[in-house]
Design a binder for this molecule. Structure first.
Ligand SMILES: *Cc1c(COP(=O)(O)O)cnc(C)c1O
Length: 396
């Protein structure tokens, strides 16, 4: 028999669209994929070279569970220089991707009855990781009018004696918005006053546009740093999704518990990928800026095109590589034999009718929106937009 815990984890609602898109592609149909959650760029050459060197040097054995010293030192240097955060090696754990870091945190901190506050729209794995550890995800809605930032008032309403943590993600997947300093400070104050942890997923830190700035909530004071676990990684910043390197920085006792858990599950992240990660962190950073600029160009183009469609409105995102347009005007409408009563209905309609794959907002706990990834070329964006426009002309 399957465990009760395993039964609680729902299959991702994105899978319906995704498997359908794959099925259509397999049939030879030309599907435009706006569903992707990873950079379309290749991993920069000097990073690949470092991995090749590691292989040739025979750096292919187990490493310490929490990562090699060289990598931990590179992470410590990065956190101090870029985020104003001072850590020692015992505050750092390198894992098999930031998702694994988050999972280790959930295992180390959450138990039966614990409540974990998650602002919606959220990244799909947060609620399920909480559920997998027998804890309770407490979802708090955020709103487009407020750039999808959690309001301190809404947060306060959800706090109970069982509140264990909050998960903040800025820049955000799926909305592309970032938290301002004032709101972060207010959330930090509330966490201190009510004695809960802050889990800060900063994986899109390097993808921020215009004059916006990334601020790590842990940097406000020693007091807030002591209750924050910062999560970051190389997947999005250095186009390294397949290498599986992420890391967490936090209080010694939390990192120690996470390391023990990792020692009994995956052991160390891949030795070769760790060497590549050192090269990514310590090598030239122009590659990051080149990718950021290209994402920025696509963002500007995509949002302008989306807003030309009468039924759609889209606020300019400030980070990551997603647009999160409002499609409420379409919901409850009909298009031929299709009834568009939800963002999922709309996604299926666009896939079948326009051969454009994207993710419904409901997958992220936000009905009335869709997520469009611009981790794809301008030509592809243009092709997809033209198809969407045409399909929406059928709406009555
Ligand atoms: C991509 C992503 C991650 C995980 O990335 P890894 O590849 O596991 O390092 C974590 N959080 C968010 C919000 C993401 O979009």
């Amino acid at each position: 028999m399957i465990s009760e815990r395993a039964k609680k984890v729902k299959p991702s609602p994105t899978l319906a669209v995704d498997s359908k898109a794959k099925e259509m592609k397999a049939k030879g149909l030309d599907v435009v994929n706006f569903g992707v959650g990873e950079p379309d760029f290749d991993t920069p050459e000097h990073i690949k070279e470092a991995a090749i060197k590691a292989i040739k040097d025979g750096f292919t054995k187990y490493t310490p569970v929490g990562g090699i010293d060289e990598l931990k030192e590179a992470i410590i240097e990065k956190l101090e220089k870029e985020n104003g955060l001072k850590y020692k090696k015992e505050n750092i754990l390198v894992s098999c991707g930031a998702k694994h870091s988050l999972y280790n945190i959930a295992q180390a901190l959450f138990g039966p009855g614990d409540e974990v506050i998650i602002p919606a729209p959220y990244w799909v794995s947060y609620p399920d990781q909480v559920l997998l550890n027998d804890a309770i995800p407490v979802i708090v809605d955020t709103y487009e009018e407020n750039d999808f930032m959690l309001s301190p008032e809404a947060l306060k309403e959800k706090i109970t004696p069982r509140t264990k943590a909050i998960i903040i993600n800025s820049p955000s997947n799926p909305t592309g918005f970032i938290y301002d300093e004032k709101t972060l400070r207010e959330i930090a104050e509330i966490a201190i006053k009510n004695n809960f942890y802050i889990i800060s997923d900063e994986i899109y830190e390097k993808l921020i546009y215009d004059n916006n700035k990334h601020i790590s909530i842990a940097s406000f004071s020693e007091e807030i740093k002591e209750r924050t676990i910062v999560v970051n990684g190389l997947s999005k910043s250095h186009a390294m999704t397949g290498w599986r390197i992420g890391y967490a920085a936090g209080p010694v006792e939390v990192i120690k518990a996470m390391t023990n858990i990792q020692s009994q599950s995956t052991s160390n992240p891949t030795s070769i990928a760790q060497k590549a990660a050192v090269a990514a962190l310590k090598g030239p950073q122009e590659c990051v800026e080149i990718m950021r600029k290209e994402f920025d160009r696509r963002r500007t183009y995509l949002i302008a095109e989306l807003n030309k469609i009468p039924e759609i409105s889209c606020k300019m995102p400030k980070g990551a590589f997603y647009a999160f347009p409002n499609v409420n005007k379409i919901i409850t409408k009909k298009a031929g034999s299709y009834e568009l009563n939800s963002s999922m209905d709309l996604s299926i309609y666009l896939l079948e009718k326009a051969q454009v794959a994207l993710v419904p907002g409901s997958a992220f706990g936000a009905e009335g929106y869709i997520r469009i990834s611009y981790a794809t070329s301008i030509e592809n964006l243009n092709k997809g937009i033209e198809r969407i426009k045409k399909a929406l002309e059928e709406i009555a």
